[in-house]
Design a protein around this ligand. Sequence first.
Ligand SMILES: Cc1cc2nc3c(=O)[nH]c(=O)nc-3n(C[C@H](O)[C@H](O)[C@H](O)COP(=O)(O)OP(=O)(O)OC[C@H]3O[C@@H](n4cnc5c(N)ncnc54)[C@H](O)[C@@H]3O)c2cc1C
Length: 479
Amino acid sequence: MSAEGQNFDVAVLGAGPAGAEAAIAAREAGLTVTLIDEQSRAGGQIWRAPFFQPEQEEIRKSPDLADGERMRERLANSGAKTLFGHRLWFAAPSLSLSTVAADGPHWMSARAFVIAAGTTERIVPMPGVTLPGVVGLAATTILLKAHGVIPGGRVLVAGVGPLVYSVAAGICQAGGSVAAVVDLSRPSEWLAHLPALAGRPDLLWRGLKWAFALKTAGVPMRFGHTVTAIEGDTRVKSARIARVDASWQPLEQIEQIDVSCVSIGHGLTPATETARLIGVPHSFQAALGGFVPELHADRATALPGVYIAGDCAGISGAAAAQLSGRLAGIRAAFDLGALDAVEFERRAGPVRAALKRADRFGQAISSLMTVRPGLAQAMPRETVVCRCEDVTRAEIDRAVLAGACDVNQLKSTTRCGMGPCQGRICSEAAGDLVAIASSRTRTCAGQWTARAPLRPLTVSELVGAYEYDDIPKITPLPG
Ligand SMILES: Cc1cc2nc3c(=O)[nH]c(=O)nc-3n(C[C@H](O)[C@H](O)[C@H](O)COP(=O)(O)OP(=O)(O)OC[C@H]3O[C@@H](n4cnc5c(N)ncnc54)[C@H](O)[C@@H]3O)c2cc1C
């Protein structure tokens, strides 16, 4: 077991585009910086480092891999102390932080804390979603990028947003088989966002290349459709798909497709557990992916010394995440006295302007992915919503009928959200269902109260190996 109590000027959570850039910006201002991430290398989700050594040719062909390699090199040269393989499990408003790693617990303190914790994938549950062979759309990118693995057999790729096309094209290009692409959006909805998307022609071009790859591979496309059920005994055998109305309520059942894998996702939700635990106020904004922290100028918050950057402050994509991280790092440096007002403005001004443009692109994508109420409304009663605790929609409806009016009361009565994933997978679906059943707004249905540990951990990871007899026991008072 090891422990330490180092002090840093700036601690950053998350080594994705936002956190890595915040760390680099704070180092450029001469501050001591530590960067914490549970992954073994920097890159976050989009720039995830592969577990295999990529060939130069692979790096050249993959913009995400090339961007990730560039960022990892800049970070390595920055002088920031990186704590990879560290899970942050506690953060106090005094900015003392506790992590656990393979060699045991660590703690540290900082004068400023930049939270850049990224997102959680959102999947609106449907019958059969827990069958082996169903994998999240964003999780599929991890298989492809980090492990060089394609999902087995005939894959149905379904959901909403650009990840549908990135994953389907990625599977085709890696030699896999895509049975069909099922997109909740219609072409007219993509076209309506074209002016905002055209602000980043490089990213728009990347999307067009995915569409072209799918067309060349002859993949059938179903626009304005959803998966209503996934079927099979011990693993996926087929999926049912249906057309949807404007609220994404499925219409008639139109097609059953034989597949061995379903890669499905309904956008992303900001990962707010750290910001909530430390006490930053949040509010619900559907177009930004759910509950988001309330931000002051340049990514500062109501809590002195706490800054929030990247997708955990609202889904806006990697380009905006990187710029918001840089702004948070510069702002923290200014607030700590490492930059004077003139130098602060010189560094922050161009970043603010570029961030505005990147946000416009990111928020167009995010609004395209905003989940509409029809999906939750149509969810059959037997659908498992909390897969850790096996809680169905019928049990959620019953709990609301019995008086539960927010997700925390739901949790107390059903254990929904109390499993090992700590509610990260079911939180949005549970909140939507509570809002629907209680005829209240999503704001009223609320969020789970954030609790330490932020990541699952065992007692022995914290205190080392122990026997039951080692635990001090209180002797009961006589009589
Ligand atoms: C699984 C997944 C895959 C995705 N793939 C893509 C993709 O291929 N293309 C795309 O455009 N977008 C993708 N996205 C969206 C993507 O997250 C962002 O647009 C972009 O990566 C945001 O950058 P960020 O720095 O805000 O967060 P991220 O890149 O998500 O980085 C956040 C980092 O924080 C770390 N972290 C969070 N909490 C803790 C904790 N308690 N302890 C230790 N470490 C912690 C995480 O390990 C992660 O590395 C994906 C999202 C997910 C969830």
